[in-house]
Design a binder for this molecule. Structure first.
Ligand code: PA5
Length: 448
């Protein structure tokens, strides 16, 4: 039997007693039950709970579409923002060669658009695409989000000029709501292939729908393995009512006990930069789910050992308001050893013959102990290997933990009302019809 991801809370022992943990974890079970019985806040957005099973009938179509896009193009631009972007990027970057654009095995390049409104970014992208044979996957659940809509307007214009409208239409796939939104109408009008985002799955919980799976499949990775990992995690989180043996219950509980003890900032730590975007996905998941009603743990992330030379000082000795969750990967394919040098001018011969990953592991263990002794509680998530299967497990584990944690906090973990505030101001400042009065008020404020 394959090993599963697991959680190690040895690094919180000085901050959380076993009795406290046991009592709180029993209470958390109530919140898991609310998720499963669909009785908690936001219960019309629980489609992700069964998704690893429910998505199975769609996998073949997603794979065929990926094969088609790979056969007609060497590059795919994935257009989307937030939950319509981060999950795909998290998985693709975690599985890709560190220098994928230069890798000799590279068969297909994924580029991203619509996740900012930076003119230089889109200008540079359009310039690059002039010389690429490309397709587009445009993703927006609402179909009306400004950033991807602007990017898609520009890309559509360019791809139609490059290939002609009919051929361009065959190179564009839209992933959106089944019936509503401008993107749905646009897709129908232009005859694009489409995939649906179910009504009951919010953006940040949508990575295991076509939103995440199609880009991952186009990048050449095994979506069946990813979904299988999630399915197994569904069993050991959703199906596991034994509080001490359910890592999602323990993680959700521990982070909330730490919050009550004044640890209001959680740092997701990796020692492999391929997990950088996984942390971006995690930040959105927890940040949007919990940060409301004046509550929530502020989620941040670091790439170690890089950031040990920037934020490391603060983590070790700054305000004691933080805790760390370390993504700890057990095995790395053995590829590079430190060579022996006769003269030992750099005095590194004490490392000669060691794998780089062994050195990294020592950095990890040393860091965990140092931070812990400096007053930082540390939770470790043990990941047997960095592959699609365990990424699937991690995704589901964090999704379930986040839902339970949101309920512990007594917030609705499935809405994001606060995201509208900046949009309203931006629309007003851009004179969007209907926002004229608000625009006048804002311009006055800016003058002042
Ligand atoms: O989690 C969410 O719901 C958001 O981050 C959305 O995914 C994001 O705002 C993009 O929305 P849409 O897919 O409607 O373009």
């Amino acid at each position: 039997m394959k090993e599963n991801i697991s959680i190690n809370i040895g690094g919180v022992a000085d901050f959380v007693s076993l009795e406290e943990l046991a009592a709180h974890t029993r209470q958390s079970l109530r919140h898991l039950e609310a998720v499963l019985s669909r009785t908690g806040a936001g219960n019309d957005f629980l489609g992700w709970v069964n998704l690893p099973e429910d998505i199975a009938p769609q996998l073949s179509r997603i794979e065929s579409m990926a094969k088609h896009l790979r056969s007609i193009s060497d590059t795919t631009v994935v257009v989307g923002i937030g939950g319509s972007y981060l999950g795909a990027r998290a998985v693709i970057e975690a599985l890709s060669h560190s220098f994928s654009h230069f890798s000799k095995d590279k068969t297909h390049t994924i580029l991203y658009a619509g996740h900012n409104v930076c003119e230089e970014y889109i200008y540079d992208l359009l310039e690059v695409l002039e010389h690429r044979n490309y397709s587009i996957i445009v993703i927006s659940k609402s179909g009306t989000t400004t950033e991807p809509a602007i990017a898609f307007r520009l890309l559509k214009d360019q791809i139609e000029r490059k290939y002609g409208k009919a051929i361009a239409g065959d190179r564009i796939v839209a992933i959106t709501d089944a019936t509503k939104g401008a993107l749905r109408s646009l897709a129908e009008l232009n005859g694009y292939e489409t995939f649906e985002i179910p009504d009951d799955i919010g953006g940040r919980y949508s990575v295991l729908t076509p939103v995440g799976l199609l880009p991952v499949a186009v990048a050449g990775y095994n979506i069946k393995e990813l979904v299988e990992g999630a399915r197994v995690a569904m069993q050991f989180t959703r199906g596991n009512k034994e509080p001490e043996k359910n890592p999602a219950l323990i993680y959700a509980t521990v982070r909330n006990i730490l919050l009550q003890a004044g640890k209001s900032l959680e740092i997701l730590v990796n020692f492999n930069p391929k997990l950088h975007y996984f942390a971006e996905w995690w930040k959105q998941l927890f940040g949007e789910s919990e940060g409301k009603d004046g509550k929530g743990i502020f989620p941040v992330s670091v790439d170690f050992t890089t950031d040990l030379h920037s934020l490391g000082q603060y983590i070790q000795e700054g305000q004691r308001i933080l805790f760390e969750t370390v993504l700890s990967i057990a095995t790395t394919p053995a590829k590079v050893k430190v060579p022996f040098e006769k003269d030992d001018q750099d005095q590194l011969n004490y490392l000669a013959g060691k794998q780089i990953c062994e050195i990294n592991k020592s950095a990890e263990s040393g860091t965990v102990i140092a931070h812990n002794e400096g007053g930082v509680p540390v939770i470790s998530v043990n990941i047997p290997a960095l592959n699609a299967y365990y990424l699937g497990q991690l995704i589901y584990f964090f999704e379930m933990s986040c839902a339970i944690s949101g309920y512990i906090l007594d917030v609705n973990p499935f809405d994001q009302p606060g995201v509208e505030a900046y949009k309203k101001n931006m629309f007003a400042l851009l004179n969007k019809p209907g926002f004229e009065d608000a625009g006048r008020i804002l311009r006055e404020k800016i003058k002042r």
